[in-house]
Design a protein around this ligand. Structure first.
Ligand code: SF4
Length: 699
């Protein structure tokens, strides 16, 4: 009965970076059902996760009491049953658990120094929780070794945007596609990963917009709406994009006035790009020269064009170069800063934009202010009452896990992250976690990472929190607590504050609002965005020009936040993937998400409808490839890379390129990251999740 509820609370969907606004109907302190409401990014729409995915918060596996590892527990490993953890853990009071958590970290700090402890926060955190978490590590342990899943997501895109545009966020909201006449979607599959954004993309094509899909995997839900579908060779993004730009340069299709007024480095770039002719690049990227020319002309001739990209671009050892090319392409044609133009890396998690803005990254403080800048350190010394900020940029996710493996980092505080599933070459990450002297995990479920914990602190799901989050469109939005946390579980910000006090920090916050007010002291992006406004308006976009301004959906129309207001062309060369297929590993493995499951599966696999729709670990392989192996659709295959092997059900999918296999990373029983390569992009330090050489055989 849709009328049978006690109260309704406006909040935000906890899953993807679209940040749909929802009305949560509550009955007897439980979520009865969820409806989409008129938020700026969703206008009432929701996908299957937002509509049917909330019941994970009431799952019987929820952690409801603090747990401490038993003295007689078996050796650490991926060996804990989340419904019966008692041979490994015992219940504790909050006092005991927090004292134990803090003492372990403080002992390591005293004995081995602050750098023996590192922190992983999460994009599942609100902005306030992310801010507090990075502050705890920076203030409490005097270094910057704190990071989160942006490192596995768009770190290379942000590196390229910071370098060439001067800001890591999108230059235009995805809704601006309404004002575009051409759009490129590259390395992204929005119908599965950003489904509500995809509805805007489809509307764009219905009113005559030309959609250009570039996607090696081929399994792209927008394909049938596209004017062009470029299934280029995996890892050859730079070859394709440079060839397109070669055409624009050689045919003088570029916007001379824009280039002269708003950019630098064009002449060097023009010389560089001359070598990348469509004929030469066609052999490398697998797209014929005439198609490359046609796409180049379509993009350059557009009145207004946008570029959207996803992790197919960013998760490569040349991820930063891929993004540099996309930025150069937009700059060449002046497709930035006007309605219907812009650069938009589609953010993965609900709050990966906000957690990054809040400083949950190792080389910058809140608002991307460099730790290496003395004035920035002085500002934070002032706001944080005398705290000296370490000037050396910290270590990133994969680097931290390497130091753990080598015994240099001996303690970790992990809030909401699940590196035992999400890190590349995860067997290495699991061995590293098992070596830690002291691991504090704060989460809502006994995740794969919590299997290795010494102490587990039961935390809150998004519908149980108050705070703010920031979506892919730079919209800062209000999260409102709809239901209580179960048992003795607590809101994350409270747990972080209590732990901070126990490690000796003089913290005094009574409410997330006080944290938000402190954030505003150092974050110009929050100028004119107040808690009161968010309570009333629910969403304000940054940058915001005044107390009445809803915020700027399109930015940089009058220059960029770089020297002399100019964006930069940075040439990129074709770099091969970190490993090549050979006779032992002849195919290419790529990983990603499915519509029904989100990230490491800890939430969606506990959501009844989502798990019923997609219950079994599966990979997608072309039917001809399956036939060659003598495997029927639905049969089992073994996937083996240089790191390891998994067995899994094979789904026949003629959209997938015959020499590729697509493996979702949500399934612990066939964990994709057992197979992936930990090789890093040198700038963004993001691993190459999108390309591993693999052998596929009947299981
Ligand atoms: Fe939630 Fe993203 Fe789906 Fe919107 S599109 S309902 S934010 S998962």
């Amino acid at each position: 009965d849709r009328n049978d509820f006690d109260s309704e609370v406006k909040s935000i969907c906890p899953f993807c970076g679209v940040g749909c606004q929802v009305s949560i109907k509550v009955k007897d302190d439980k979520v009865a059902y969820v409806e989409g409401i008129n938020g700026p990014s969703n206008e009432g729409r929701l996908c299957v996760k937002g509509r049917f995915g909330f019941d994970y918060i009431h799952h019987g596996h929820r952690l409801t009491k603090p747990l401490i590892r038993r003295d007689d527990a078996p050796e650490k490993g991926l060996n804990v049953d989340p419904s019966n953890p008692w041979t490994h853990f015992r219940e504790a009071t909050w006092e005991e658990a927090l004292d134990f958590a803090a003492k372990g970290l403080v002992d390591l700090r005293s004995y081995y120094g602050g750098k023996s402890v590192a922190g992983f926060g999460s994009a599942k955190c609100t902005n306030e929780e992310a801010y507090l978490f990075q502050k705890l590590i920076r203030q409490g342990f005097k270094h910057n070794n704190v990071d989160h899943c942006t490192r596995l997501c768009h770190a290379s895109s942000v590196a390229a945007l910071m370098e060439n545009v001067g800001s890591g966020a999108v230059t235009a909201s995805f809704n601006e596609i309404e004002n575009a006449d051409v759009a490129i979607v590259i390395g992204a599959n929005p119908t599965e990963n950003h489904p509500v954004a995809a509805t805007y993309f489809k509307q764009f094509t219905k009113r005559g917009g030309e959609l250009i899909i570039m996607d090696p995997r081929g399994q792209n839900g927008l394909k049938r709406h596209a004017a062009y579908n470029l299934q280029f060779r995996p890892g050859m993004d730079v070859a394709l994009l440079n060839a397109i730009m070669n055409v624009i340069v050689e045919e003088k299709l570029y916007d001379r006035q824009y280039i002269e007024g708003f950019t630098e480095g064009f002449f060097e770039f023009r010389e560089h790009i001359r070598a990348f002719t469509p004929e030469r690049m066609a052999e490398i990227c697998g797209i014929d020269a005439e198609t490359i020319r046609s796409v180049a002309r379509t993009f350059a001739d557009a009145r207004a064009a946008m570029i959207f990209w996803g992790m197919g671009v960013s998760q490569h050892v040349h991820g930063t170069d891929n993004s540099r090319c996309l930025i150069s392409l937009a700059l060449l044609c002046g497709h930035v800063g006007r309605p219907g133009t812009g650069l938009h890396p589609l953010r993965g998690q609900n709050n990966v934009q906000g957690a990054s803005d809040a400083g949950l990254i190792p080389h910058v403080m809140p608002d991307y202010q460099s730790v290496a800048d003395r004035e920035v350190r002085d500002l934070f010394r002032h706001i944080w009452r005398g705290t000296e900020i370490e000037e050396t940029p910290g270590l990133t996710v994969v680097e931290i896990m390497d130091r753990v493996y080598r015994g240099e980092i001996r303690g970790m505080y992990v809030l909401g992250e699940n590196p035992a599933m999400s890190d590349p070459d995860v067997d290495h990450a699991r061995k590293a976690l098992a070596k830690l002297d002291h691991l504090v995990v704060q989460d809502i479920f006994l995740t794969e990472t919590a299997n290795y914990a010494d102490v587990i602190l039961p935390a809150s799901a998004l519908p149980e929190k108050s705070g703010t989050v920031t979506n892919t469109n730079r919209q800062v939005q209000m999260v409102r607590r709809a239901v209580p946390t179960p048992g003795e579980a607590r809101e994350d910000w409270e747990i972080v504050v209590d732990l901070a006090r126990r490690i000796g920090l003089d913290w005094d916050y009574d409410d997330p609002r006080e944290v938000f007010d402190e954030m505003k002291m150092s974050m110009r992006s929050l100028h004119h965005i107040t808690w009161k406004r968010l309570e009333t308006e629910s969403s304000v976009t940054y940058p915001c020009n005044g107390p009445e301004d809803p915020g700027q959906a399109v930015v940089f129309g009058d220059g960029f936040p770089r020297r002399a207001g100019r964006a930069k062309f940075t040439p990129a060369r074709v770099t091969p993937p970190a490993e090549a297929p050979d006779k032992d590993f002849p195919m290419v493995l790529t990983t990603g998400r499915q519509l029904e499951h989100w990230h490491t599966g800890s939430m969606t696999r506990r959501a009844t409808v989502l798990d019923a729709v997609e219950p079994e670990a599966n990979c997608s392989i072309h039917p001809a490839t399956l036939r060659q192996m003598g495997v029927e659709a639905g049969g089992r295959v073994r996937l083996t890379t240089r790191r390891g092997s998994v067995e899994i059900m094979a789904r026949a999918d003629r959209n997938v390129a015959p020499d590729m296999v697509f493996l979702p990373f949500a399934y612990v029983e066939a964990a994709a990251n057992i197979l992936t390569n930990a090789a890093l992009d040198p700038f963004g330090k993001i691993p190459e999740f999108k390309y591993s050489a693999v052998r596929v055989e009947a299981a």
